[in-house]
Design a protein around this ligand. Structure first.
Ligand SMILES: Cc1cc2nc3c(=O)[nH]c(=O)nc-3n(C[C@H](O)[C@H](O)[C@H](O)COP(=O)(O)OP(=O)(O)OC[C@H]3O[C@@H](n4cnc5c(N)ncnc54)[C@H](O)[C@@H]3O)c2cc1C
Length: 134
């Protein structure tokens, strides 16, 4: 799916269409280029692919506040076994529910996900607190 890498962001709507061959790193980077106040809640490793990760769940640093990647999917495009391209409306809510955590490959080939972006602070402080056993 690596040729399906396009990411289009709607800043006003705070949403993005992400094709499944994009990596998490590409998604993070593309959002950051457009806005310092928006992000997406997904996994830690930048080389992981959107296709398997979003359809499996997708847990990362922001999940305690913003839940999983799959909780923030609002639409998808999928090819079913008959070769039909379906979106959320035409696939129906049962199939749309199943591809958000049940693993994509069981149900069809997902081409893209539409996701809801999350609002983040522009400055983030990261620190370590080293401790010894004693
Ligand atoms: C280095 C590393 C770090 C990770 N970090 C995290 C993390 O921080 N948080 C977390 O939650 N998980 C993490 N994972 C797990 C990762 O989310 C899963 O391995 C995920 O399934 C990877 O998806 P992929 O598309 O890259 O892999 P693939 O192996 O390509 O796909 C995984 C499965 O999804 C199916 N699939 C892929 N694309 C599609 C598609 N378009 N349509 C239908 N089915 C599809 C494949 O058939 C396969 O069954 C990590 C994995 C690695 C290797």
């Amino acid at each position: 799916m690596r040729n399906f890498q396009s990411i289009s962001i709607d800043i006003n709507e705070k949403t993005a269409w992400v094709q499944v061959g994009a990596t998490l790193g590409q998604l993070y980077h593309t959002i950051a280029q457009r806005s310092k106040a928006l992000a997406f809640t997904t996994g830690v490793c930048p080389t992981v692919g959107v296709g398997g990760h979003f359809s499996d769940g997708g847990y990362g640093f922001m999940s305690r506040k913003h839940a999983l990647a799959s909780d923030n999917i609002i639409d998808a495009k999928l090819i079913n076994a008959n070769g039909q391209v379906l979106d959320r409306e035409s696939m129906g809510e049962d199939l749309f529910w199943a591809i958000r955590g049940g693993g994509g490959a069981s149900f069809g080939i997902i081409l893209a996900f539409k996701v809801k972006l999350v609002i983040i602070p522009e400055a983030v402080t990261v620190f370590n607190v080293p401790r010894k056993l004693e």
